[in-house]
Design a protein around this ligand. Sequence first.
Ligand code: SIN
Length: 517
Amino acid sequence: MNNNCTAPVINTDVLIVGSGIAGLMLALRLQSSDLKVVLVSKAGLFDSNSSWAQGGVAAVTGANPFDSPEIHLIDTIKAGAGLTNADAARSIIFNGHRLIAELDRLGVAFEKNPVGAYDLALEGGHKQARVVHNKDTTGRSITEALSAKLLAAAKENKNLIVLENTIAINLRTTGDVCCGAELLKDGSKIIVHSAHTVLATGGVGQVYERTTNPLVATADGIALAYRIGAILSDMEFVQFHPTALRLDHAPAFLISEAVRGAGATLLDHRGQRFVKRFHQDGELATRDIVARAIHSVMSENDLPQVDLDMRPIGAAQIERRFPHILKTCGHYGIDILTQPIPVAPAAHYMMGGIKADVAGRTSVTGLYAIGECACTGLHGANRLASNSLLEAGVMALNLGDQLLASDCKSVRSNVNQKRNEQVLLPADLPIFRAQMYRHAGLVRSQSGLNMLLKAPSKTVSESQMTTEQYSHRNIFQVGLLIAQAALLRTESRGSHLREDYADLIRTPGMVLRDVSS
Ligand code: SIN
């Protein structure tokens, strides 16, 4: 590994770290200007949370005459359990139609009806159908279209560089200003000087043993920003998706909330529906409520899972609308046309992150955060389904506008900036991730969180670290930040349930325990 100061140097106007919808859209927005742009992807361009998104983009497009941005805003604020930043939410939601029009223009194949209007799905917490989608692989459709455009642009435009299989390992600073990053590619360091450094690194799912997120979701952006002193916010709020496949030898594959919007039901071990006992909206209550209802039924009856029954949707509609879920469950031996799917909650989305405004500006000059690694306050204590691609896309458009209007003068850091620190890694990563799931998952307590904060660690010299170890460092650092924040919030609100403060529950309409018995 080459960790010495002879590392090659790239000077650029904008460095974008991450290749989900936020990073790709921003790069595309800037590529026709004379700005020099470098986009870095930790694995391949398609390895992102965005690519794995099934549901779609929540947006008011005019296709549903009963919907309006005001209703979408109310649904979002209600889901956020009192912590939504209403100004940020208004700004993002009222730009939803602009984002969809832009994605359409860029060639994303959204499903439309015979008269050309968007086909809209219903998901939990939404009072109207408003989720623009492409079957159950919307994220893939978006990232495929955007990546194809970006790679074509990079062939023509020498000012646009795409680096795959490259991890950002540290941000660089001059005084209080962020002025680039150190990258690691094929074991060798690259130094990037950039006037503007944009983190679009996505989520934190791999901090937990059970997650719907891909392997690349190791909290990198949040850890990078934290290490240079950027303000983080709402770190205790981690959303658990209620319905991830639960089989012994299968990953926690996401079963989209859209299936419940289309009529799928949740059943306990007696084959009885149960979510209505916890909330009047039943299977279409917000995610925090449904996940917690499942958790309660599982723990009261000592079950590893509950069942998600898609049969009420009907075979023809399942085949047309949910082919990816049909195929993937089939691969693991579950025929969803004839049998229910075993499911349990899994870590899915980070509501908190690097504190940012709706154009991605953070507390550090020169550093921006867009998409899941950022925290604008849109999601409050619990994200409304399908608001994430919306937020990521709108933030990318906003930041693009801002950078196009700005003076991009690169600030050089000292190329010899040396870092040979001793770095903390978890002593045993699988054990740490299992403990995070157990003690900083759906249900938390002071004793469990305190135990996490004492998780055994080991030290390594940074100059010896591999790409994998950099990811493990970020998982550990952000896992401990989640535990610290969860310890400080002595109430139960949205996705954060403290069993030692359960009586202070602040999720509208939620009852903690099954009240029917
Ligand atoms: C889903 O399809 O249920 C996931 C969409 C989201 O997380 O917003």
